[in-house]
Design a protein. Structure first.
Length: 154
């Protein structure tokens, strides 16, 4: 996402470790009151966040948006479910996939795109423990190869 006017506010680092990412989507998010100011201040976390399709709507759950410091009585519950805005056919397609074995909808990042808050979500399949070990081994091997090439060039 090296587009102009894009500023990433939060990333879900755990998602790449826990899941195979099959497809990525961009969704708007329905926020209220001081939540946008709080996100602009960078006080949000996607650590345990996940998405659910309920009654034809896509909801993001467990996304923590800290109450705005200079806020007032209008501050909302930091962990409340928030509605994601996508086309109906996309939501229904995602719902069909999630009904299949092992698929989940996981938010990858929250960013500003031309002053609008967007959420990058992905259709993911859970990794087994041996997959995680496999990825770690590949990463280590790649690191060692790069280190050897660097030493060789000096």
């Amino acid at each position: 996402m090296a587009d102009k006017g894009v500023k990433i506010m939060a990333r879900n680092q755990k998602a790449h470790h826990e899941y195979f990412i099959e497809e990525r989507f961009e969704a708007g998010i329905e926020l209220v009151g001081t939540e946008v100011k709080s996100i602009r201040a960078g006080t949000l976390s996607l650590k345990d966040a996940w998405c659910q399709v309920k009654d034809g709507q896509l909801l993001i759950k467990q996304m923590h948006v800290a109450p705005y410091d200079k806020g007032n009585i209008f501050n909302k519950d930091p962990l409340r479910p928030r509605r994601l805005l996508m086309h109906k056919r996309e939501i229904l397609r995602l719902y069909g996939k999630v009904k299949q074995d092992g698929y989940a909808i996981i938010p990858l990042s929250v960013y500003f795109k031309n002053s609008r808050v967007k959420v990058e979500i992905a259709l993911c399949k859970g990794k087994k423990l041996y997959d995680k070990r496999d990825d770690a081994a590949k990463r280590d091997a790649k690191r060692q190869i790069e280190r050897a090439m660097k030493e060789r060039n000096h």
